[in-house]
Design a protein around this ligand. Structure first.
Ligand code: SF4
Length: 311
């Protein structure tokens, strides 16, 4: 594709979207120009719910592959396409069905909770899914006394273990973006910005540390939770401990407030594979498509359905 202006790209994307009855769903970690053109911007939970609600014929999913797979599982009658099918996730790829089977051999009565950042195969071997927005509710919905395996994110798992006091085995996976946010980094931000609220994603390395939970200015949220917190807060300064592209939306909604990222390199290289040019190409070609085979989809749907039913 030759050099095309952003305005021309946006115009063509909007035209094709209408012509093909397509909807663009995008995660908050996308580049700002994709956040600005999408029909629905959200975190994993919101995007899953929207994929189930939409009447569009085509879902163009700007995220990483496991998110598009989840959309395909939830809405099998829709065509799910992505800007770049090489956008993977090291966290999702850190575990597979065999790993879960091995744990079940030792814990036949145990319950496997998988964070939605997993492949369709891992979901198919799990009992219930969760996102960072509903993880506590999901774990609390499991009968007391049951042993739990939480996969694949050890930091989110440690956070849930600390909050619920439940008997949880943690899978040793982590997100390369959130792993850098350790206790030392957070404590430095607290020292440097004493007036700020510190908003922390529970995938962060510090999430299981009781010392962080004791800080009065520290709050743990999913990305959508961070947006709600700022909306309802009277503070003017916020330290953001997650992938820093969320700051684009925070600034749009709160132009007079200050948002400080914890480090300048907190960017997910996989999400950045999505570009406006690739969004247009995907709409033109209705490809690359992400489709989960029927048998796998039926098995992977059950734990997602159980998650969506948790109130
Ligand atoms: S931010 Fe982390 S968990 Fe999310 S897609 Fe990127 S690598 Fe995966």
């Amino acid at each position: 594709m030759g050099e095309i202006s952003i305005e021309t790209l946006k115009g063509e994307i909007n035209r094709l979207k209408k012509e093909k009855n397509a909807v663009i769903l995008a995660h908050y970690y996308n580049r700002p120009e994709i956040q600005d053109i999408c029909d629905y911007l959200g975190d994993s939970l919101g995007l899953s719910q929207e994929a189930g609600r939409t009447d569009a014929k085509i879902i163009l999913f700007c995220g990483v592959n496991f998110m598009a797979e989840t959309a395909s599982i939830i809405s099998p009658d829709k065509k799910v396409i992505v800007p770049d099918n090489r956008a993977g996730c090291s966290l999702a790829e850190s575990i597979n069905g065999d790993d879960i089977c091995k744990w079940r051999e030792q814990n036949p009565e145990g319950v496997v909770v998988s964070y939605v950042n997993t492949t369709a195969e891992t979901k198919a071997f799990s009992d219930i899914c969760c996102t960072s927005a509903n993880a506590l509710k999901v774990v609390e919905s499991i009968p007391e006394g049951k042993k739990i395996l939480f996969v694949p994110d050890k930091n989110l798992g440690a956070y849930i273990k600390l909050k619920t006091g439940r008997d949880i085995d943690l899978w040793e996976g982590d997100c390369c973006v959130h792993e850098r946010f350790d206790t030392k980094t957070v404590m430095e931000m607290v020292k440097n910005y004493p007036m700020a609220d510190i908003l922390i994603h529970p995938e962060s390395n510090c999430s299981g540390d009781p010392a962080i939970h004791k800080l009065p200015q520290a709050y743990f949220y999913s990305t959508s939770g961070m947006l709600s917190h700022v909306k309802n807060s009277s503070k003017n300064q916020f330290v953001i401990i997650t992938e820093m592209e969320i700051i684009h939306q925070l600034k749009k909604e709160n132009p007079n407030r200050e948002f400080i990222p914890a480090g300048s390199r907190a960017l997910c290289g996989q999400m950045k594979k999505n570009t406006l040019e690739k969004v247009l190409l995907a709409l033109q070609n209705e490809a690359p498509e992400i489709r989960v085979p029927d048998e796998l989809r039926e098995r992977a749907w059950l734990p997602i359905k159980r998650m969506l039913e948790v109130k």
